[in-house]
Design a protein around this ligand. Sequence first.
Ligand SMILES: *Cc1c(COP(=O)(O)O)cnc(C)c1O
Length: 391
Amino acid sequence: MTTPAAPVSATPPEGASGWVTVDLDAISDNVRELARRAANAEVMAVVKADAYGHGLVPSARAAVAGGATWLGVAQLNEALQLRAGGVTTRLLTWLYVPGADVGAAIDADIDVSVSAPWALDAVVAAARQRGRTARIHVKVDTGLGRNGALGEGWTELIATLGPVVAEHAVEVIGVWSHFALADAPRHPTVLAQRERFVEAVAELERAGIRPQVRHLANSAATLTNPDVHFDLVRPGLAVYGLSPVPNLGAPQDFGLREAMRVTARLALVKAAPAGQGVSYGHIYTTPRDTVLGLVPLGYADGIPRHAGNLGPVRVGDQRLTIAGRVCMDQFVLDLGPDFAGGAGDEVVIFGRGTDGEPTAQDWASAIDTINYEIVTRISGRLPRVHVGGDA
Ligand SMILES: *Cc1c(COP(=O)(O)O)cnc(C)c1O
C-alpha cells in the first residue's frame, strides 16, 4: 500500500501564528481499514477529547463516512455536542458523576454506561420521569481496576437490573469492559481479562439479560488481537492514524495514516552572536554566530514545557530541535548561520513524516510520553483547518 502524500496545508486562517490541519479523508480511510480488520464486528469510533484534538463534529462525520456505525465519548457534554452538531449515529457516553444530567442523554437518544447501582438509579429515575426506556451499557471491571463493576459489585449490579429491565425503564443494549495492557497483546492479563469478560457476560445472560453488543477492544486490541473483537470494537487513537503499539509497528504497518499536522509561522528571525543565552534560564547558549527564529507557540498552545532543548521541528529542509525553554506563548530555534529564510516561514511541529517533518510519535519519544498526549494537548488556541471529506 502506498502512503498518500501528507495533507497539503489548506489555506490557514489569515495571519494565524499556528494552526492544525486535519485530513478528514485519512480519518475515513483509517476507519475503513479498522472495519476491515474488525471483520464481523462493528466499529465504534471514539471521538472523546475533541476527537483527540482533531475537532469533534467534522472528525465524527469523517469516521461515520468511513464506516463507523457507533461513536463513543467519555463525557456527556461531548455526546450532547455531537447531537447539537447534527450527528445522529448511535452514541455511547461513559463517564459522569452523581448529579449529571443523564435525562439529557435519554432525550438526545444517547446510550449511557452504567458501572454502579447509583448510576443505574439515576438513569432509571430520569427514564421514569420521561416515560421512556433508557439505553444502557453495563460495564464490568475485568481487571483494569478503573471504571466498571468489580467482583461482587458485578453480581450486585446484575441483581438490581432485573426489575428495572422488566418495567422497561432501561434496556441493556451493551455489556463492556476495557483492557489494562492491550498494547502488550501476549501479556497474561489480556487473556485473564478476556476470560473474566466471557464469564461476566454469561452471568448476565443467566439473569435473563442478553445485550445486543459485547465490546472490549480499544485500538491496540483491534489491531493486534482478533480474539477480543466480540460484536463491536472501540478504537480511538488508530482512527486518527497513530500507532497504539509503536514498538510493534508504525501507522503504515497497520494501513493507517496520521490525520493531524501542526504548523506555525516564524514571528521573528534575527542574527545572534556566539555565546548568546536563549530564552528563560538560558538552558541553551548559541555555540557560534547564528540566526535565531522565534516560533509563536508555547505551552499554552500545547507545546510541552519539558520539550525545551528536546522537541523536534522542521523548517524548510532542516530538522531542528527547540533551543532553550518553551515559554507560555513561544519558543526559539537556532536556525544556523546560513539560514536564508525570514519571518513568516512555516515551521512544521509534526505531521505524517513523509516530508521529513517529525511525527507525533517522534515528539512522544523525544519527551518520554505517548502519542495520545501529544495530539490531545494541542490547545483550542490553534484553529483547526479541515481538509478532504465533505469539509
Ligand atoms: C479512550 C477509550 C477507548 C479508545 O482507546 P484507544 O486506545 O485510543 O483506542 C476505548 N474505550 C475506552 C473506555 C476509552 O476510555
